[in-house]
Design a binder for this molecule. Structure first.
Ligand code: G4P
Length: 298
């Protein structure tokens, strides 16, 4: 499956981000805990050179908890402040305030030496589509403002959100880069729903997901759909048979009684995206995009 993606507004958004970099102290980067590297914008390290950095490992509730810990360690070793969060429930958000102060301690100290007091930290929030950026901003703004009694102020004309006296957030559009050097990354982003499903062949995508799950989390499919545990590696034909089996179990039928594999494919993708197939991580820190070691297999 070849995934290509050419959003027209890409260059403009990148240019805007470069301009905005001049205004900020800190970059808060949301990544999807199931694909922490693949869901990072590869331009951000260049664009944000010299800025304080923070990674929010979001949707951590959908990812393998053991591997979440490994990713936290990985990003700390890369010099980031890291907070593992679930923006949907608000888990982890409380730790962000202290992490922001830590990430910006040099700036705070510099301000102090110059006699500048209480200048708010200005943070740019970045993340690819569907990573949970809006959910984060809403949940975090509520929390930050609840404490101080402030109301988040959104300044008209730009995307600055003033949370309180110490922190201002700059929201940026969620953008995807024009092409994936690594098709595996494209696939992972399609699995997690960051690429518009309309440009994808959902059935092919589900077959790829079945292949991957049968390798790394074979129990996931067997337990969810009450089918036999697949024996990896699957051939294309075998994955198709599994999809048909899922269609049969879920009574996905076309008018003439034929199995509706397109519907079954949509079910598999939705079950994965919502966590109903279990907590699944697609990428591991030591071998990016690689297989999980045997002992981690479900
Ligand atoms: P975006 O602005 O980055 O594009 O993403 P957005 O906040 O719209 O979030 C995309 C989807 O991810 C939403 O689900 C949201 O609820 C979900 N989400 C965000 N953070 C988390 C998290 O930490 N854990 C989980 N499990 N889900 C998260 P949706 O189905 O599109 O909407 P809804 O039905 O949940 O409202």
């Amino acid at each position: 499956m070849n995934i290509q993606w050419y959003p027209g507004h890409m260059t403009k958004a990148k240019r805007a981000m470069k301009e905005d970099m001049k205004l900020i102290d800190l970059i808060i980067e949301l990544v999807d805990a199931r694909v922490p590297l693949g869901s990072r914008n590869p331009d951000i390290d260049d664009l944000g050179a010299g800025k304080a950095r923070m990674v929010l490992l979001n949707k951590s509730d959908l990812a393998d908890e053991k591997i979440n810990g490994q990713w936290v360690e990985y990003f700390i070793n890369q010099g980031f402040q890291v907070v593992k969060v679930n923006c949907k429930t608000g888990d982890g958000l409380k730790q962000i305030g202290a992490a922001v102060q830590d990430a910006c301690k040099e700036k705070i100290e510099r301000d102090r030496r110059r006699g500048i007091q209480n200048r708010p930290i200005r943070a740019m929030v970045v993340g690819i589509p569907n990573v949970g950026k809006s959910t984060f901003i809403n949940a975090f703004a509520k929390k930050a403002c609840a404490k101080t009694g402030n109301k988040p102020g959104v300044t008209k004309g730009n995307q600055w959100i003033r949370l309180n006296k110490t922190l201002e957030l700059l929201d940026t559009p969620g953008i995807l880069w024009p092409k994936f050097e690594d098709q595996q990354v494209g696939l992972h982003l399609a699995f997690i729903g960051s690429i518009n499903d309309e440009i994808l062949n959902k059935e092919e995508l589900a077959l790829e997901l079945i292949q991957l799950l049968s390798r790394n989390y074979p129990k996931a499919l067997a337990e969810r759909y009450q089918i036999e545990k697949p024996a990896a590696p699957l051939t294309a034909g075998e994955s198709h048979l599994i999809l048909k089996e899922i269609a049969r179990v879920r009574a996905c039928l076309l008018k003439g009684g034929e199995l509706d594999t397109a519907k079954a494919a949509a079910i598999v993708l939705e079950d994965f995206r919502s966590g109903r197939l279990g907590r699944i991580t697609l990428e591991q820190p030591c071998r990016e995009g690689g297989e999980l070691p045997k002992e981690d297999q479900g």
